[in-house]
Design a protein around this ligand. Structure first.
Ligand code: BES
Ligand code: MN
Ligand code: MN
Length: 456
């Protein structure tokens, strides 16, 4: 461990320079215009895995973007850690809100600004460098497999197929993932839960063409007016979701679990200030932390139709559209919720409009028990490097493949992320602290050592 940490210190600047190269590749999986760049990112990463000393490095081709694979088997009797992450990133728009171009990383006040700096290239790269350091120092005690995909931000469809077809290749004792956040740089935490997801796109069609809003307005259903009413009706006055059956099966936390959750450090003033809001909002009877982690949600992600250009155009639109996400919690099924939403949405459409409902991706919620060896290993690792016992937290985001790993491979994932909620992932000016990058590289070898020891 001493040699590993010395190697890391001696190579800090090089590690950072390499990460900046990674961040310069615009690997936006959602936008076909960037398909070449996504592949370039995979090839770049594969070359780095080889340089770091992994064996069997290859791109596993899929019908979508390739999966970067590599392994180092040091001892058949030692535990195997499968590192998962993603090299694809979210689209960067709205571009005009970036203070520096999203794919030209800059460091300001010890923070790296670039799309993907935190989610997830910066965090994936910590693993590559921690591995390199452990191997170079002769202190790698666990077997390692890397599986880094290029479609996480678009639903991991092809990774699911790859996992089902490669159970033997992916055999491991634990999956280690850095793609989540800690509470603060002086309050380490471990995400022990992820929410599931059902993502829908809906449309409402009214008249067969856009109409003059004076000539026809008032006499013909306006699809945007109707869509807004339909969306608004899906929450009641207590901000409960009104879709029949939506809460069936929702795992309610025990009073003692809720009491423990209420002890999680949380500064409401700082939270509101960071977001520029005067007040929080959400389901009655639940705290902000609970609303954003253990409770399911329904949110419009985008809504459009009609005239949105400069100035005013008087038009009664023919079409209205919205993208709607539902975050799900343990014991809700994404498939069931998708069906319930579809049936309900169609049932509340008034006469005079036609609605369509198209499901996009989905996935199930996930829980990591704190009484596991992996949690213990991560907890001790963070305690060693932060000098403070980490707090278990339930995250609000989704990594749908994690539940699938458990179902298909029977392997639990430990979410040892190093980002901050304020890192603006998916937003303009995404960033990642140098502190977090280096802390991650320093902490990962501790996890390996602890997991090895606790597995004996
Ligand atoms: N890394 C995030 C998920 C995340 C962020 C989990 C913060 C916990 C805390 C991941 O890249 C992501 O953005 N996932 C998507 C899911 C997906 C199917 C597009 C999400 O949560 O919206
Ligand atoms: Mn991510
Ligand atoms: Mn993401």
């Amino acid at each position: 461990m001493k040699n590993t940490q010395a190697f890391i210190s001696a190579n800090q600047d090089r590690f950072l320079a390499e990460l900046l190269d990674f961040l310069r590749i615009p690997s936006i999986s959602a936008d076909p215009a960037y398909a070449g760049s996504v592949r370039n990112a995979a090839e770049w990463l594969a070359a780095k895995l080889t340089e770091a000393g992994l064996d069997q490095v290859r791109l596993e081709e899929t019908a979508g973007f390739p999966i970067v694979y590599g392994e180092k088997m040091v001892d058949p009797s030692a535990p195997t850690i499968l590192v998962y992450g993603h090299y694809d990133v979210q689209p960067a728009d709205p571009l005009e809100l970036w203070e520096s171009p999203p794919f030209e990383p800059v460091i300001k006040n010890e923070v790296i600004y670039a799309r993907g700096s935190c989610d997830d290239k910066g965090q994936v790269f910590m693993h590559v460098k921690a591995f390199e350091a452990m191997l170079a120092s002769g202190e790698l005690t666990c077997n390692v497999k890397f599986m880094i995909e290029g479609e996480e931000e678009v639903g991991s469809d092809h990774l699911g197929i790859f996992v089902e077809a490669n159970k033997e290749l992916l055999k491991a004792d634990v999956i280690l993932i850095s793609d989540t956040a800690i509470i603060a740089n002086d309050i380490p935490s471990i995400d022990v839960g992820l929410r599931g997801l059902s993502y829908m796109e809906v449309s409402v069609q009214g008249p067969n063409r856009d109409l003059h809003s004076g000539v026809y307005g008032g006499a013909v259903a306006n699809p945007i007016n109707i869509l807004c009413q339909m969306i608004a009706s899906m929450h009641d006055e207590f901000n409960h979701i009104t879709i029949p059956g939506f809460y069936d099966g929702v795992l309610e936390l025990s009073a003692s679990d809720r009491a423990a959750m209420a002890q999680t450090p949380f500064d409401l003033d700082a939270y509101q200030k960071d977001l520029g809001i005067q007040s929080v909002h959400g389901e009655k009877g639940y705290s902000t932390i609970e609303r954003a982690s253990i409770r399911p949600t329904l949110d419009v992600n985008g809504i459009w139709g009609g005239y949105t250009g400069e100035g005013a155009k008087t038009v009664l639109p023919s079409m209205a559209y919205a993208k709607i996400s539902m975050r799900l919690v343990p014991n809700q099924s994404s498939e069931t919720i998708t069906q319930l939403f579809t049936d309900h949405f169609k049932s509340i459409a008034p006469k005079g409009v036609t609605v369509t409902v198209k499901p996009h991706h989905g996935g199930e919620a996930y829980i990591m028990p704190t009484d596991s060896i992996a949690y213990q290993a991560a907890s001790e690792a963070l305690a060693e490097t932060f000098g403070k016992e980490p707090v278990p937290t339930r995250g609000g985001g989704s990594i749908p493949i994690v539940a699938l790993f458990e179902k298909e491979l029977g392997i639990k994932s430990i979410l040892m992320g190093f980002g901050l909620d304020s890192d603006a992932i998916h937003s303009p000016n995404e960033h990642y602290g140098l502190f977090n990058f280096y802390k991650g590289i320093e902490t990962i070898p501790h996890f390996f050592a602890n997991f090895h020891r606790l597995s004996q």
